[in-house]
Ligand binder design. Structure first.
Ligand code: KG4
Ligand code: ZN
Length: 362
């Protein structure tokens, strides 16, 4: 099954071609990742210290065609031949910035209409869940269900029980800022660059994680929810009136990073005790954080631990391959799937609760 995958929900223009070779069962395909191009808009947004929605959609409009051509060439297809071979076009339909989502959806719809190809809208969060499948599927392995997944990105922080394909249950989520958002805001407070995650990580390498005594919000809350805005405020308070942030930046970055990693690790461990799972998935931009990966590897290294899956660094952040992988399983799993053009509905505030068969608790 040959899939063209498109992801333009935020500030990265992503296009990829994926070929799923089915074996005896659709659940065990072998994945050939033919191309997976990401065109970053960081240079455009960094002077504003955050993503400017209208600039993002303008960049997508400019970049989508060349990024598509690059992905097509890298996958080894001729301009016309590709449409004879394609089985499905998958595109992110939400959540995200509405102007950005509309550019990807219009591009996908136009191709699907012109060349009469099946079309499927994909929830970006489902994409992040499936990012953990990409590397195993390339080797012909499939992670075992049930799985527990931490999604920690710029827009979301959620713990999800992923019981089977299309079966998601949101166990807990942030009550305010997302973990990635906290990295971005604290980086701004420290006069570091954008996006903040990689900048904080770089700065933290030289710093002392015990340098500042920062709170671990909701660490002992007893549930699986998160909160990060108080942590950001604690950093802001501590920096108030400081002449030179530069001299504090390394220790503050290390202390802040450690606080976030502590909370994420603790909640994931708590959930894994509460639910008996085979696999642990971690995804979203924050899962690229090396300190977090190190800690999780240590926590889940015991013989009786569920198997820990960490996406490669390039699959942690937004990419097209994760959307294509989610679309393969969605198209195969659900016999009611409607691949028509009319069925693609963009929704900027789409939640994971609207997908799959299980509802959120509480
Ligand atoms: O998943 P993603 O690419 O886009 C969204 O769907 O939001 O995540 C982007 C977020 C940003 O907030 C960025 O600062 C954070 O992920 N991030 C990191 C790292 N790399 C990216 N956070 C901590 N450590 C990193 N190495
Ligand atoms: Zn994302």
């Amino acid at each position: 099954m040959l899939i063209l995958a498109l992801e333009t929900s935020c500030d990265d223009t992503c296009v990829g071609f994926l070929n799923f070779k089915e074996t005896d069962k659709f659940e065990n395909p072998k994945l050939e990742l033919l191309s997976n191009i990401v065109s970053s808009q960081v240079e455009v947004h960094k002077e504003y210290g955050g993503i400017v929605p209208n600039l993002a959609s303008r960049e997508h409009l400019k970049n989508l065609r060349p990024v598509y051509e690059k992905a097509r060439k890298e996958a080894g297809f001729d301009p016309e031949e590709v449409f004879e071979k394609l089985d499905l076009i998958a595109v992110t339909r939400g959540p995200g910035l509405i102007p950005s989502l509309l550019i990807g959806a219009s591009f996908a719809k136009t191709l699907a209409w012109r060349f009469d190809i099946d079309l499927l809208g994909i929830n970006h969060l489902e994409g992040h869940l499936y990012s953990n499948f990409i590397t195993p599927l390339k080797d012909g392995n499939v992670p075992s269900f049930p799985a527990l997944c931490l999604i920690a990105s710029g827009g979301h922080t959620q713990l999800v029980l992923f019981s089977d394909h299309q079966e998601y249950e949101v166990l807990g989520e942030t009550q305010d800022d997302a973990a990635g958002e906290a990295f971005d805001k604290v980086a701004r407070l420290l006069d570091l660059g954008f996006p903040g995650g990689p900048e904080i990580e770089r700065e933290a390498k030289q710093g002392n994680p015990d340098g500042f005594d920062l709170p671990r919000p909701m660490y002992d809350s007893g549930d699986l929810n998160f909160s990060f805005s108080g942590l950001k405020t604690a950093v802001a308070r501590r920096l108030q009136g400081e002449e030179s942030k530069k001299s504090l930046a390394q220790d503050m970055a290390a202390s802040f990073q450690e606080a976030v990693v502590d909370v994420l690790t603790k909640k994931l461990k708590r959930a894994s005790k509460q639910f008996s799972v085979q696999s642990i998935f971690v995804s979203g931009g924050v899962s690229a954080n090396r300190r977090l990966r190190e800690r999780l590897k240590k926590e889940f290294s015991f013989a009786e631990s569920p198997e820990l899956f960490l996406p490669s660094l390039s699959m942690s952040t937004d990419n097209a391959a994760m959307i294509g992988t989610a679309s393969y399983f969605k198209s195969k799993q659900d016999p009611q799937t409607d691949f028509g053009l009319h069925n693609l509905k963009v929704d900027p505030s789409l939640t994971l609760k609207q997908e799959g068969s299980k509802q959120a608790r509480g």
